[in-house]
Design a protein around this ligand. Sequence first.
Ligand code: ATP
Ligand code: MG
Length: 355
Amino acid sequence: MNDVLRGFTKEYASSLQAYLAERDEAALLKAYEVGRRALDQGLGILDVAAMHREGLATALTGSLAPEECVRVAKGASDFLMESLSPFEMTQRGFREANLALRAGRQAHDEIRRYAAQLEAANKELEAFAFSVSHDLRAPLRAVDGFAQVLEEGYAQKLDDEGRRCLGILRAENRRMGQLIDDLLAFSRAGRAAMKMVEVDMAGLARSVFEDLRGAAGEREIEFKLAELAPAVGDRALLRQVLTNLLSNALKFTRRRPKAVIEVGGSAGHVENVYCIRDNGVGFDMKYVQKLFGVFQRLHSQEEFEGTGVGLGIVQRIVHRHGGRVWAEGKVNGGAAFHFALPNAGATEEEAQDPD
Ligand SMILES: Nc1ncnc2c1ncn2[C@@H]1O[C@H](COP(=O)(O)OP(=O)(O)OP(=O)(O)O)[C@@H](O)[C@H]1O
Ligand SMILES: [Mg+2]
């Protein structure tokens, strides 16, 4: 018997003796106390049983009448039960924790199953969108071809109204072509293989801005570019993100006498944030959730041209990089679009262990 057990055995016997003499609540509480401390010290139920046997043997020494022996044995078993109650409670706790753990595991398995189903459904939808938009192109081209034949060969046979209708037909046809192209670009953003490299985001933002600046015509534009943390991502896709955000900034500042477009950000331990801010027409924050949806626009076609796919593509690319994207704006108070990408360390870990 080790010292700890010996000490407890002594204490158990004397507490049992005291209980058998007093039979009161306070003496019974001692049984619980001894049991709890025995549990804390790493003793088990069998150790308590052994302590009890010793204690009972001491209590039963001497010449007790048979009825007295029965009374002592009964009292001692009450004491034993009390001293075992901490063990019982612990075991119940384990059982409950085990059940919770099992339930958690089942829920986890279920989530994995749902995620797999969702991914399969997404892929199917993706393939469907791709083939539909792809297949729509051929009849559209045919419609445009015949409209052109009409325009070139038969325009003089039509009256003004006929020519006007033909013009609308061709313009709407072009618009539909643009929608299909944008839908295909959206689909491509979700399917293109990604080659992860370190990307100089400030250099990329400058080069994208310079490309777009040329097409923006004679306007006063101040471009402020802060230092940016490099990103780890697919260069072509990140270029697309910056192109879509900067072209929006240029488009929605078009009416300002002087456009101010700022690219900034901050480096963080977990993620790096990039921000494109402008002093353009802004938007109502009430509809901020809509912005990233495909074909969702807050400005009319007459005010600002576009199909409403640019931000959908941005969100898709950023999500594929494991990042997040959000926007802030105010009617007539400019807009800011932020996106965060996992920083280099986090992405490398992810790349090694995609699960
Ligand atoms: N910088 C901005 N300032 C104000 N509103 C913006 C800004 N960027 C986007 N928006 C709003 O969000 C809508 C969706 O933007 P998104 O880039 O997806 O489409 P778009 O620019 O209209 O068309 P597309 O990019 O497909 O040519 C825009 O129509 C506009 O209402
Ligand atoms: Mg756009």
